[in-house]
Design a protein around this ligand. Sequence first.
Ligand SMILES: C[S@@+](CC[C@H](N)C(=O)[O-])C[C@H]1O[C@@H](n2cnc3c(N)ncnc32)[C@H](O)[C@@H]1O
Length: 218
Amino acid sequence: MRIRRKPWARPELAACEFFVEKPSIYKGKWHSLFTKQNPIYLELGCGKGLFISTLASCNLDKNFIAVDIKSEVLVLAKRNIEKQYNILNQSVNNVLLTAQNIEQIDNMLGCEDLVSRIYINFCNPWPKAKHKKRRLTHPKQLEKYKNFLAQGADIFFKTDDENLFDESIEYFSVVGFDVVYITRDLLHTDFTENISTEHERMFSEQGVKIKFLIARLK
Ligand SMILES: C[S@@+](CC[C@H](N)C(=O)[O-])C[C@H]1O[C@@H](n2cnc3c(N)ncnc32)[C@H](O)[C@@H]1O
């Protein structure tokens, strides 16, 4: 995704009450940053935040952390969250945004954080063999997630990419997750709680079928 430079992004994020500037400081202490003690759900690669803004504002009994590497998209996520909560006349107190390279997610989350669910939506498919280790569903990454996941936690994974999807099914199995729900055409299923992301809308408009699974930690 090519993003235009936004020199105002970092200052705007720094001034935002629900943006965490130094996530590694809170390793093992994320629950303490939320007003209410509720299960933590994590979105990896939140992009412009259409998904997290809807999900978090509709689930006030859950706490959310949304991560991306780019300030230029995080600032748009910040604005989308504010807009959505404004419409609902709610204050933003169950969602935190942070900038972090997910390949080093273990720098910011530890076993005390007990994350109950991870969302991975339309991550980079890294098709070349030499790059596959960078996939957010690669066993190397899944092992890192296991360190901070609660027992029986779920990973919700959506993609347009057939090859990434097929290989991820194997990755989950190798690392000790059970695939408890799977579809290769999400829009034509009974999974009514789905919330579309920016990329999902784009691919659906192009007629690309959305692949989706839920993997549960054994
Ligand atoms: C293809 S976009 C998908 C955005 C959104 N989830 C959606 O479905 O529309 C992938 C997002 O993941 C972020 N990303 C990619 N690799 C990352 C990494 N290693 N660490 C953090 N964010 C990453 C990108 O900046 C981008 O916003």
